[in-house]
Structure formats: structure tokens, C-alpha cells
Design a protein around this ligand. Structure first.
Ligand code: KG4
Ligand code: ZN
Length: 526
């Protein structure tokens, strides 16, 4: 059985065909999972039928009850493998009807049900099934989330389907099984070819990546010139420009990689967070491509992509780590106990750091984007010239606030102008930048210390800022920790980072259906 690398538990879980000796444990899990559990007799009859496929998932000793980063294991678990879940399908022609899937309550949300589902799908496919289908209660949100994350779509509703309660059933269908299984297999071997598309903000980007690490091509069409005269991203313009560019950008990425759609294993797309009108363009295009080519589709959280960027040219970087995600749209400190697992420790309560750079630059008439020009001017100024506030420096949490700093800069500039004094722009830039950097460094270092991690990754456009890189790097080094910063073109928005994250989703069987929506406020973590 091949292994996934997303969840510690999933890594130690394997599935095998269900045997009648497994029934006592299976019945116990069934009983705590469903309001109307099947009887032993029903199970016995069903598993003996030739058109049925049943599997159990087993956790190796010590794995059950083990959450990420926890090596204690569950004291209740003996030495042998223990059954932690099971599932069954019925083969009807070229359809596989999923009848039942259940995981012991204390082990849910660790990828075990998904593993069962795809291993059953592989069995079903060997028996001729092309698609999977099932009925589920609309109230069963956990099950709906699982199937949505395996690329199922709701196809319809059967009224009054459940006799006991009169509840309706939702009818779900999977996408074609074969390409999905093939892509997962390629991903587990590190040979998958993914075309990723990113349109969450003001760059239309597409990249082709092999095995989650090896960039075969990366194309970015920047819209910066179209937004510059407005001093920020104009959502309407962003959507329109994405629409104009996305087809050619994706084709160019394929061309540069020397590939055609037929060579690919999967498509990936940023599903959120971002500007809804911008996200929708990339998602609609990717769904159209998925439909036309039959390729599996993977949805990626943009922020997760930024974190994965660090791994591309720093392959030794391994969780547990702290990520400082700092861009024009986001400023957050995130604990990453394992790849694919995130704990948001703190974030900005108002402006993002890049936004603050952009607003201060606009105030000083320096153009857009503001970060690069402010950091260039700051290099010639005195960071101690003006004592701008360090908001929330001592708040004891990991949140930050930047709007007060922005206001302080505005008031300072107005005061100086009113007094008829000439502005010393390099000093303002350096002092503003130092106020931003001091708070970010202090909070990020404390997060690393409190969580006992050895490494911090910087992500997002503001990671290009030399004062931040140097300040954070030195503070971490002094504590025996290391900083990983991606090269500049991987810090700013790009599709390579989306493909890198998508590779791990594919290994874990996390796919998107064709009715998936853009999620402008998508949160990190599943
Ligand atoms: O990650 P990104 O490309 O887009 C977002 O997702 O927001 O980040 C762009 C942001 C802009 O606000 C820009 O001003 C800022 O990153 N930035 C910088 C620097 N270079 C870019 N901020 C500070 N110093 C820099 N050198
Ligand atoms: Zn970004």
C-alpha cells in the first residue's frame, strides 16, 4: 500500500478486503456512526455477494489516536493493527454505488475515509466501474464535505428517500475514476505533471510542475500597469484582464514545458482567498479544461500556495515550522505542524503589511506598488529618524495592527508640510519600514520559540523586503533557528506554488468537483 504524506495517521493506515472475522469491530464502528445501523445479518449477507466490494482500514499499532506531532499513541491500542474504518460498494454495470463508509469517531478528519474511498474506487475500477455514485442525507454535512473533497458533485435530489424520517436524499456522482486514480498513482511516484492556474489578484499565472517540485514552466502576465494609475488593484479591471489573458497564459505554460493537455495528469487552480471576480475566471477556465480533457481538478488555497513556495528551492525545509505570510492582501503568522496542516496564530486586525507600504507610497507620491520603492529609499534613510508607533508590540498575542502606523505617517507628513518643512522621504521610508519590521520580527520569533520550531518560512510579496529578511534572519539565527525565504519570483503571486501544494492534495486524494465555487474568504486548514 502506498503512503500519503499529509496526515501522520493516514501514513500509517492501510486498507485490505473485509473478512467475516472483522465483523464485530465493523459493527461497533457502524453502531456509533449511523442513526439506523445495519445488523450483523445484513452485513453477512452483503459481504458474501459477488457484486460487492468491502474494505477495512487498519491503523498500525500506536497510530490510532495519534494526532500530528504526537508520538504517544492511544494507550487503549494493543500491539496488532486495529480496524479503524470500513466501506463498501456495489458494482452495477460500469457504476460503483457507494453503500457505506465509516471511521471510528476519534480518528475522523485524518484522511482515513478518503483513503478507503479511493482504495474501493481502485477495486471498483478493476471490476469495470467508470464512475462512483451514492445517496446521502442533506443534513450529513460531514459526509458531504468528504465527498466534495473527493471531487463528487451533487446531481439531484430524491424526495422522501429515507423511509424512517422522510428525509430527502442527495444524489452524488464522482468524476471519471480512471484519470483520477492514474493521477494519484503518478503523484505517489513523484512523477505527476500538473498544470496550475492562479488568478486570485492581479497576476494571471500558469505553471507546469513535475512531482510537486520540478518546475517545467512558469508564465505570469502581470496587470500592474493597468492598476498603477489607481494606486491599487481595481477588481473590475482584474477580472477583465484575467479573462483576456488566461487562455494564452495556460497555453504558453504548456508550450514552454513542451507538453500538450494529453500529457498532463491533473489541473490545479486557486480556489480562494482573493477577489471573487478574479478567482472565478481562473476557476471557470480550469473547470472547462477539466471537463474537456477529463483530467482531475485540484483546488488550492492561495495562502497554502505561498507556504509551499518555500519548499521549492529549499527542499530540506520540513515542518514543524512557522510561516510569516506577508503580502498586499495578507499578514498572518501560521503554525505548520505538518505539510497540509495549519494553525492560524495571529493576523492583521486591519491593513495588510503590503497594503500599508502601498498606502504610504501613495501618500508620498511614489507610485504603485509601494513596497519596492519604499524599501529602495529606506536603504538611504535613517530608521531611527522618526519614532513611528509599534502597535501591539506587547499585546501578548500574535495579531498585528497597521492602520495606526499608516495614520501616524499621514499625520507626520501633514504636520511637516503645514510647518513648511521639506520632507526627508528616505528617513520617512526607513522609519516606517523599521516600525513594520520590528513588530513582525518580534511576533514571528516569539511564535517560533513558543512552538519550539527550528525554522521559519517567509512568504508573500513583502518577503522581498531586505530589511525584513535581514532582521528576521538575524533574530532567528541568534536563537539557533533558521529562516527560509523563497527567491523573489516565488514570493510574489505565481502558479508554481499552487502546483506545489496541489501535488500533496493529489497524493492525499483531495480533488475538486466541477460544481465547486470560488471561495473569496477561504480559510487556511481543513
Ligand atoms: O504576494 P503579492 O505579490 O500579492 C498579494 O497577494 O498581495 O504581494 C504584493 C505586495 C504589494 O503590496 C507590494 O507593495 C509588496 O508586496 N512588496 C513589498 C516589497 N516588494 C513587494 N513590500 C515591501 N518591501 C518590498 N521590497
Ligand atoms: Zn499572494
Amino acid at each position: 500500500m502506498s503512503t500519503g504524506n499529509v496526515s501522520a495517521a493516514a501514513r500509517t493506515v492501510a486498507t485490505r478486503p473485509l473478512a467475516s472475522a472483522d465483523l464485530p469491530r465493523v459493527l461497533a464502528i457502524e453502531a456509533v456512526s449511523f442513526p439506523a445501523p445495519w445488523s450483523e445479518l445484513l452485513f453477512r449477507e452483503d459481504i458474501s455477494r459477488p457484486d460487492r466490494i468491502w474494505r477495512v482500514a487498519e491503523a498500525q499499532a500506536g497510530a490510532a489516536g495519534t494526532s500530528v506531532g504526537d508520538v504517544e499513541g492511544d494507550p487503549g491500542v494493543g500491539s496488532g493493527p486495529e480496524i479503524v474504518g470500513f466501506g463498501g460498494m456495489m458494482i452495477v454495470g460500469d457504476e460503483a454505488h457507494l453503500m457505506d463508509i465509516a471511521v471510528a469517531p476519534e480518528l475522523r478528519h485524518q484522511g482515513i475515509a478518503r483513503r478507503l474511498l479511493w482504495d474501493l474506487a481502485a477495486d471498483a475500477h478493476r471490476r469495470g466501474a467508470q464512475r462512483m455514485t451514492l445517496e446521502v442525507r442533506p443534513s450529513n454535512t460531514e459526509a458531504l464535505a468528504l465527498y466534495a473533497s473527493c471531487g463528487f458533485d451533487v446531481a439531484g435530489r430524491r424526495p422522501n428517500y429515507y423511509a424512517e424520517t422522510g428525509e430527502d436524499a442527495l444524489v452524488l456522482w464522482s468524476r471519471p475514476i480512471a484519470p483520477q486514480l492514474r493521477a494519484m498513482e503518478a503523484a505517489r511516484e513523484g512523477a505527476d505533471l500538473i498544470l496550475a492556474i492562479e488568478t486570485s489578484c492581479d497576476e494571471t499565472a500558469a505553471s507546469v510542475l513535475r512531482g510537486g517540485r520540478d518546475e517545467l514552466s512558469a508564465v505570469i502576465a502581470s496587470q500592474i500597469d493597468f492598476h498603477a494609475r489607481f494606486g491599487g488593484v481595481v477588481p473590475e479591471i482584474a477580472s477583465r484582464k484575467h479573462t483576456e489573458a488566461v487562455v494564452a497564459v495556460a497555453q504558453e505554460a504548456l508550450d514552454r514545458a513542451g507538453l500538450t493537455f494529453a500529457d498532463l495528469d491533473a489541473l490545479a487552480v486557486t480556489q480562494g482567498p482573493g477577489l471573487v471576480g478574479a478567482l472565478v475566471v481562473g476557476l471557470a477556465y480550469a473547470k472547462g479544461l477539466a471537463l474537456g480533457t477529463g483530467l482531475p481538478l485540484i483546488g488550492v488555497n492561495h495562502l497554502e500556495g505561498h507556504i509551499y513556495a518555500s519548499r521549492l528551492l529549499d527542499p530540506d525545509i520540513e515542518p514543524p515550522l512557522i510561516a510569516l505570510l506577508i503580502s498586499g492582501g495578507h499578514t498572518a503568522i501560521i503554525h505548520v505542524p505538518a505539510w497540509g496542516h495549519y494553525e492560524l496564530l495571529g493576523r492583521t486586525l486591519d491593513d495588510a503589511a503590503g497594503e500599508a507600504f502601498d498606502k504610504v507610497a501613495k501618500l508620498l507620491g511614489l507610485g504603485y506598488p509601494g513596497g519596492p520603492v519604499i524599501s529602495r529609499l529606506a536603504a538611504e534613510g535613517d530608521p531611527d529618524a522618526i519614532p513611528f508607533p509599534r502597535a501591539m508590540m506587547k499585546s501578548g498575542d500574535f495579531d498585528v495592527s497597521l492602520s495606526g502606523l499608516k495614520t501616524a505617517v499621514i499625520q507626520y507628513v501633514e504636520r511637516e508640510r503645514a510647518a513648511g518643512r521639506e520632507l526627508h522621504v528616505p528617513n520617512i521610508a526607513a522609519s516606517f519600514q523599521a516600525a513594520v519590521v520590528d513588530v513582525q520580527v518580534a511576533k514571528t520569533v516569539r511564535a517560533a520559540e513558543e512552538h519550539g520550531v527550528g525554522a521559519v518560512v517567509l512568504a508573500g510579496g513583502v518577503a522581498a523586503n531586505p530589511a525584513l529578511r535581514d532582521g528576521l534572519g538575524a533574530a532567528l539565527e541568534a536563537r539557533g533557528k533558521r529562516l527560509s525565504v523563497p527567491p523573489f519570483d516565488l514570493c510574489t503571486d505565481n502558479a508554481t506554488m499552487i502546483a506545489a501544494a496541489a501535488h500533496d492534495h493529489l497524493v492525499a486524494g483531495r480533488l475538486l468537483g466541477l460544481s465547486a465555487d470560488a471561495v473569496p474568504n477561504m480559510r487556511l486548514g481543513h
